[in-house]
Design a protein around this ligand. Structure first.
Ligand SMILES: *Cc1c(COP(=O)(O)O)cnc(C)c1O
Length: 392
């Protein structure tokens, strides 16, 4: 038995783990101090708790505490990384390379820079969503100051060869930013091994609260500068002013700690549930699985159901919460617009409109997977039959 509706949209957000919530609660009422209030005990406790969380997050990505800047979201981290580095290194060049499958916040930050005199190359990807290293190398010019390539994609789960890109950047003295929002807590993330200079993450995708993110900014070999995008009283080394969200940060730290501690065990379980679901759905005729077969997030499953539109499926299957394309673009599906990621991997509009993203997570059970598979089987068959006889 399952409790409907079943949640299978873990790429969009995750519930707060009760262990995280327990850690956070005293910081709303008892330890409510401002982490910048250095003159009294309330401030000290807040500051110390923030620093403990910072250390946990730094440790999780093999960074130093002082290299972690707290922000309000991965959207903010990506804006700060891209606009901040572009501004700081403008005298060195005006060319940026990214990919066509980045999150909107990366793409829109790049478009903003284009309006301000930068040139941006949006690299295509192959059918599996992989960036081609030769094309990336060829795109580099003397003007290139920044390469931003996400670690794992939020729609199709494809994992990029970030260490190779890091090496390329190091050899050429280019700054390497990666949006690791979907990767942290699910894949090993090591800023040294990957050669990253800037790395974005967010709390609400790893069972922490919404409204807290972080940006890793390399402090040595080489030291990376980012121009602040939020000016004020000089919090976070002056890079991101604004009173720290202490409870949120404490929750983020705890969530990260749990994700790292439980990654191996949890990944094994989620991976086999994903494969169980994939096998069931692949046995429906006229389906294709999107993304890379192997280099893919263990909890991701993007499937195209040819002859059944995602909005029809989701309307008929209201007891399973999934997503069409990505949460941020789904309003546009139904018009001619469909996910830019699905477009980039070569899906035509019809296939793009017929694609569903399943995201599994910590609280997904085998019974839920079987329930979702059964619902999909039924609903897709019904829609195809209706369409075949020319009703709807
Ligand atoms: C969710 C997500 C973001 C945005 O994170 P927020 O904290 O919600 O702003 C950015 N990049 C990727 C890959 C994501 O999955």
């Amino acid at each position: 038995m399952v409790n409907a509706p079943v949640y299978m949209d873990y790429h969009a957000t995750t519930p707060v783990d009760s262990r995280v919530l327990d850690t956070m609660l005293p910081f709303f009422t008892e330890y409510f101090g401002n982490a910048a209030s250095v003159q009294h005990r309330f401030g000290w406790i807040a500051k110390e708790s923030v620093e403990i969380a910072r250390k946990k997050i730094a440790h999780a990505v093999n960074a130093q505490s002082r290299e972690i800047i707290f922000t309000g979201s991965a959207t903010e981290s990506n804006n700060l990384a891209i606009k901040g580095a572009a501004e700081a290194y403008r005298s060195k060049g005006n060319h940026i390379i990214t990919t066509q499958i980045e999150h909107q916040c990366v793409l829109e930050s790049c478009r903003m820079l284009e309006r301000n005199g930068f040139n941006v190359t949006y690299l295509p990807v192959d059918r599996s969503g992989m960036v081609n290293i030769n094309s990336l190398t060829e795109a580099v010019t003397k003007q290139t100051i920044l390469i931003s390539v996400m670690m794992a994609n939020n729609e199709i789960g494809t994992i990029q060869p970030v260490a190779t890109i890091g090496k390329l950047c190091k050899e050429r003295g280019i700054i390497f930013h990666t949006d690791a929002t979907q990767a942290v807590g699910k894949l090993p993330v090591d800023v040294e091994e990957m050669g990253t200079h800037l790395l974005s993450m967010t709390s609400h995708k790893i069972y922490g609260p919404k409204g807290v993110g972080a940006l890793y900014v390399r402090s040595r070999n080489p030291r990376i500068a980012v121009e602040p995008q939020m000016h004020g009283a000089g919090h976070e080394h002056g890079i991101r002013s604004g009173t720290l969200n202490v409870a949120g940060i404490v929750g983020f730290g705890k969530a990260m700690q749990l994700a790292i501690e439980e990654m191996e065990k949890e990944n094994g379980r989620i991976f086999s549930l994903r494969n169980r679901l994939q096998k069931r759905l692949e046995s429906i005729s006229g389906t294709t699985v999107n993304g890379h077969r192997i280099e893919r997030l263990p909890n991701n499953l993007s499937v195209t159901f040819h002859g059944a539109h995602a909005d029809q499926i989701m309307t008929a299957m209201s007891d399973v919460a999934v997503s069409a394309g990505s949460a941020c673009t789904s309003e546009e599906i139904g018009d001619i617009q469909y996910s830019h990621v699905l477009q980039a991997i070569g899906l035509n509009a019809e296939a793009g409109r017929s694609t569903i993203r399943f995201g599994l997570g910590r609280f997904t059970s085998e019974a839920e997977v079987d329930f979702a598979a059964e619902r999909i089987e039924t609903v897709v068959a019904q829609i195809r039959e209706r369409t075949a006889v020319g009703i709807s």
